[in-house]
Design a protein around this ligand. Structure first.
Ligand SMILES: [Zn+2]
Length: 114
């Protein structure tokens, strides 16, 4: 996994002030890497077999909808970290809740498997 791209030494350092506002903090970045390593998330890329990955420095969310015709603005989301293969760019998404890194927000909805 890569290092955080901004490497701020302190919250008020010039590097931290230059960090794009949508970047996570270095502490958050390192916590995600630690959580993935603790769970042995170390297999090669499922698409190309490459072994180098880049944790993206921003979060994303995956919207949950009760049926595919609903807009993604339904309001229920899975907060997610993104890991990209360093060769082919294949993206892997890791739920922050499952990694124990997200406690806030609403409770996940009851999901009925049909
Ligand atoms: Zn790949």
């Amino acid at each position: 996994m890569s290092q955080h791209p901004s490497h701020p030494s302190t919250p008020d350092s010039p590097e931290a002030q230059q960090r794009p506002p949508f970047f996570m903090t270095e502490e958050e970045f390192n916590a995600i890497i630690k959580a993935l390593m603790a769970r042995k998330v170390t297999l090669p890329c499922q698409r190309c077999g490459h072994t180098k990955f880049e944790l993206q420095p921003s979060y994303t969310t995956i919207p949950l909808v009760p049926n595919p015709n609903m807009a993604s603005s339904y309001g229920v989301f899975i907060p997610t970290a993104i890991v990209a293969c360093g060769n082919c760019g294949n993206l892997s998404f890791h739920s922050l809740s499952q990694l124990g890194l997200f406690k806030g927000g609403e409770q996940p909805p009851e999901v009925e498997i049909r």
